[in-house]
Ligand binder design. Structure first.
Ligand code: PLP
Length: 287
């Protein structure tokens, strides 16, 4: 089956789909994106992802290209046409096509909307979670608006590549005070010595992860105490458990940070239980 991509209202063969070379996303990184996990062909955490989408667009003064309802139809149709039961659906919205100039176009410009969907291997993901993953730590050298989900991902790309070259799954970014901000494409969590779940507060310069937000609710209703407070790399290495969250990896136990195993080097019970609880909840609430 050939994959299909949604481009400005039309479904095109993925391999041949494209946008103008004068698209401001391509030229200037002037755009945002959003990623939904897909369970049983449906979009996970819809409210959180739509709210963040609208916020990201608002921060860049780009109009919502269509209503939430119309966008939901387009996203679901992309999932359906690509026969994705489990995986992700990706939406990118840029300021559109205009003669290259840093400042916004002075004539009204229609945003460029691209949607793609990709199947994942849920058994392989589950096997990875059963084994756990490793992370490396690197200085956080990103800009001051990491709360906007922009397509400007170069520091994240370089951090992820460094992790890949070290055989690690993710890079945890560390601020000037030695505190972990987040991963290159995920939020960072630990279970501290008191059994408290710690993840950095969103007042800091991090992405407001939707999986993070849902997991806070899931964990609270399961009776865990959550402390939205940053932790140091040393605290993470000494933690009972560590894990990361994101629409792609969902909830993924971490068993190694740099050269140090986390606890006994096996996925922790809390992270594993929360992964299961998150997936159950996401399946129930997906649309
Ligand atoms: N932090 C960064 C930098 C990310 O890129 C992502 C996801 O791509 C996340 C956190 C996790 O966000 P979400 O749970 O909404 O996927």
């Amino acid at each position: 089956m050939s994959r299909l991509a949604y481009v400005n209202g039309r479904f095109l063969r993925h391999a041949e789909a494209g946008v103008s070379i004068e698209d401001r996303g391509y030229q200037l990184g002037d755009g945002i994106y959003e990623v939904w996990a897909v369970f049983d062909g449906k979009l996970a955490d819809p409210k959180g992802h739509f709210a963040r989408l609208e916020r990201s667009l608002g921060e860049l003064q780009i109009d919502m290209p269509m209503s939430r309802a119309a966008l939901t139809v387009a996203l679901r149709e992309t999932v359906r046409r690509n026969k994705v039961r489990y995986g992700i659906v990706y939406l990118q919205v840029t300021r559109g096509v205009a003669r290259r100039d840093h400042a916004f176009p002075t004539v009204p410009t229609a945003p460029t909307v691209v949607i793609t969907a990709r199947s994942g291997d849920s058994a392989a993901a589950q096997a990875k979670a059963a084994k756990g993953v490793s992370v490396i730590t690197l200085p956080d050298n990103r800009w001051g608006r990491c709360d906007i989900k922009t397509i400007n991902l170069l520091p994240n790309v370089l951090a992820k590549q460094a992790a890949r070259e070290e055989g690690a799954f993710e890079a945890w970014l560390v601020d000037a005070d030695g505190l972990v901000t987040e991963g290159a494409s995920s939020n960072a969590w630990i279970v501290d010595a008191d059994g408290v779940l710690r993840t950095r507060d969103i007042g800091a310069n991090i992405l407001r992860g939707v999986t993070r937000l849902t997991l806070i609710e899931v964990a609270k209703s399961a009776g865990y105490t959550i402390d939205e407070r940053a932790f140091t790399v040393a605290e993470a290495k000494a933690a009972r458990e560590a894990f990361l969250t994101g629409a792609g990896a969902l909830v993924m136990p971490i068993v190694r940070i740099d050269d140090a195993p986390v606890a006994n080097g096996h996925p922790g019970q809390v992270a594993s239980a929360l992964r299961a609880a998150y997936i159950q909840r996401a399946k129930q609430t997906s649309i």
